[in-house]
Design a protein around this ligand. Structure first.
Ligand SMILES: [Zn+2]
Length: 287
């Protein structure tokens, strides 16, 4: 939906990274148990779509090509519910570990698959694990994407992505030129994964398993601050169906959405915010 002017209380973008098994394959954890955690994402997506449809809330899904090819029917449901679909790699590749040719091939393949799924080219990208490189930015610009959502340089204001920053430990940062690419920033603090997901890596435990209401208290605090201190801000939240799709977490999500709506924020797709921002609408002004 076209946004003519910012909503004074601000905008909330709900994004869902439908990683499926690709998240675990990328980590070389492709045995039956971790892959089944990814499979649960396909169980959770219809639940999430139903919950959002009941509240008429638009949303954005970032879907790896691997998920589209593995779960075509579930991905079709996402599109049929009117959700935006952005690209998220082919098999959740870490950009920094790919050669230029590998990254280029994965991005082209993911764009082709999302285009075939949606019948229109995607306009948005989120880097798997938020790993955005200079090379990735150049590829996104080359492909004419409107926005990225992998950086953390603000919380409530879209901004232009730069390339070729010069960074040294012997002098100040020399910022590179801005590109046409709009950044819709995220943060680990606004992401369900570190709060909720228990993962035993070989050398590290990520404990997760927080009470979802504690996580949503944090999210709601950011919404409250934006509503009070920022004019027409934009806050992006990141969810993963395989994480948020458990019963107690979905109930907490419902309570959060109702509380946020009461504060007067408007729910929008990231594509709509990015298009308005690219068109000159200024979100997220602070005194
Ligand atoms: Zn992901």
């Amino acid at each position: 939906m076209t946004i003519e002017q910012p909503n004074p209380a601000g905008h909330l973008c709900l994004s869902f990274d439908f990683d499926g098994p690709s998240l675990w394959i990328m980590r070389k954890m492709a045995s039956a148990t971790p892959v089944s955690r990814g499979e649960f994402g396909a169980v959770a997506v219809p639940r999430i779509l139903k919950l959002l449809a009941a509240r008429d809330i638009p949303s954005t899904f970032f879907i790896p090509g691997h998920t589209i090819e593995t779960y075509p029917d579930v991905c079709r449901m996402v599109v049929d519910h009117g959700c935006e679909v952005g690209i998220h790699g082919y098999a959740h590749e870490m950009n920094g570990l790919q050669s230029q040719d590998e990254e280029r091939a994965a991005m082209s393949r993911s764009i082709e698959l999302v285009t075939a799924l949606c019948g229109a080219e995607p306009t948005g990208y989120r880097a798997p694990a938020g790993d955005l490189t200079n090379q990735t930015i150049e590829l996104l610009v080359e492909h004419g994407l409107t926005y990225d959502s992998s950086l953390m340089g603000h919380d409530s204001r879209p901004y232009r992505v730069r390339v070729d920053d010069r960074l040294s430990d012997d002098g100040p940062a020399r910022w590179g030129p801005e590109t046409d690419l709009i950044e819709l920033p995220w943060s680990w603090t606004n992401d369900d994964y570190p709060y909720l997901e228990f993962v035993a890596f070989r050398r590290m435990i990520m404990p997760g398993l927080a009470r979802p209401d504690d996580m949503f208290d944090n999210f709601l605090g950011d919404v409250q601050w934006m509503v009070r201190e920022v004019r027409g801000g934009v806050l992006t939240l990141v969810f993963h169906p395989q994480v948020i799709g458990r019963g107690h977490r979905l109930l907490a999500l419902e309570r959060f959405l109702d509380a946020a709506a009461e504060l007067g924020v408007r729910f929008d797709t990231m594509a709509d915010i990015a298009a308005a921002s690219a068109g000159g609408i200024r979100f997220g002004l602070e005194d």
